[in-house]
Design a binder for this molecule. Structure first.
Ligand SMILES: NC(=O)c1ccc[n+]([C@@H]2O[C@H](COP(=O)([O-])OP(=O)(O)OC[C@H]3O[C@@H](n4cnc5c(N)ncnc54)[C@H](O)[C@@H]3O)[C@@H](O)[C@H]2O)c1
Length: 324
């Protein structure tokens, strides 16, 4: 049994990780229950974790180094760093918060982990580090030219991980997640927004012509990639893609949701939003080689599972803030 700290463990990905780890390990969750989206959803995520085992929840902010040190001490074996100000569009509106949380917060986590002698930090990075497409699929040698402040903050955090490995010898790995979806997913992401509206036959807005493509990754595949990193140091010092390895246009995504839900929602096309990536597609052979990563859930199968979960959770819809 290891002692594992999960920052952002009340969020979408962090809570799934916690759920997967809590029966075999001592899990400590750090989260400030930030109100970017409803804290009620985060409390509900924590309930799901607690239903599986006795995780410890410590409410606090990763931008506070003294707080981070108080939790990441020399009793901790591994750290999964999932806490962040996620969301590309909010970063375009306010670049300061993603910078503080994602850059300074990561620096705090790495500093505490280094000083505590943690065995490995696994950092949640993002396909947003690539930005402008020069070729597809994105392999890890593709230039990193982010098109949003969020992308810059995730890239800076990755570089800090690399530097902490190279300069201080802290084993650290960054996983570049490609749009993650599944039960309990963030309510600000397209699949969640479309499903919510299409189940009510409300019009949905697509920014652009809908021909932009995304590589969507089901949450279970993301969790597996993370768990593999408890077993191997082969990826220490690396940043690598963790994607579904396939892409789909937003128009086709909507058609799939329509097929599953039988929705009559109208699609309204609007101007593209600044900061949004045009296309994403992950080349995943590096993660395959280093950590045995193989995505198993197709978009059709994963969407079905998400929508089935969502139908059971509809009572939570009113707790979501306006705008989502
Ligand atoms: N979901 C995706 O598609 C996706 C894609 C690429 C990368 N990522 C990255 O994966 C990680 C998890 O994303 P998610 O989708 O689960 O997001 P999420 O917002 O659901 O989870 C992040 C959690 O971090 C917490 N948090 C925010 N600021 C904090 C602070 N200052 N101190 C402590 N806790 C704080 C939030 O309350 C939240 O519970 C993030 O690092 C995100 O950038 C997510």
């Amino acid at each position: 049994m290891s002692k594992i700290v999960i920052t952002g463990g009340a969020g979408f990905i962090g809570s799934h990780l916690a759920e997967a780890l809590v029966s075999d390990h001592e899990v400590v969750i750090i989260d400030n229950l930030d109100d970017y989206y409803s804290p009620a959803l985060k409390r509900r995520n924590l309930d799901c974790v607690m239903a599986k085992g006795d995780a410890i929840f410590v409410r606090g902010d990763i931008t506070d180094l003294a707080f981070v040190r108080s939790v990441i001490d020399d009793t901790v074996d591994y750290v999964y760093h999932e806490a962040a100000q996620a969301g590309v569009r909010i970063s375009v509106r306010d670049p300061f918060k993603p910078n503080t949380v994602n850059v300074t917060g990561t620096l705090n986590v790495l500093t505490a982990a280094r000083d505590a002698g943690v065995k490995r930090v696994i950092n949640a990075s993002s396909s947003s580090v690539y930005g402008t497409v020069q070729y597809l699929p994105f392999d890890e040698n593709h230039p990193t030219i982010p098109v949003s402040p969020y992308g810059i903050s995730k890239l800076a955090a990755e570089h800090y991980c690399r530097i902490f490995y190279e300069v201080y010898g802290l084993p650290a790995v960054s996983l570049r997640y490609f749009t993650v979806y599944g039960p309990r997913m963030r309510p600000d992401l397209a699949i969640s927004i479309f499903t919510r509206k299409m189940l009510k036959n409300e019009p949905i807005t697509v920014y652009g012509d809908g021909e932009q493509t995304r590589d969507f990754t089901f949450i279970d595949d993301i969790v597996k990639a993370n768990l593999n990193l408890l077993k191997t140091g082969a990826a220490d010092g690396y940043a690598m893609n963790v994607g579904g390895g396939q892409r789909i246009t937003l128009n086709d995504l909507i058609a799939l949701i329509r097929e599953i839900t039988g929705s009559a929602s109208e699609v309204v096309y609007s101007q593209r939003q600044k900061g949004d990536a045009e296309h994403t597609l992950a080349e995943i052979s590096l993660a395959g080689k280093l950590i045995g990563y193989r995505p198993e859930v197709s978009i059709g199968g994963g969407l079905g599972r998400f929508i089935e979960w969502y139908r059971g959770e509809v009572r939570w819809v009113p707790s979501m803030p306006a705008g989502f």
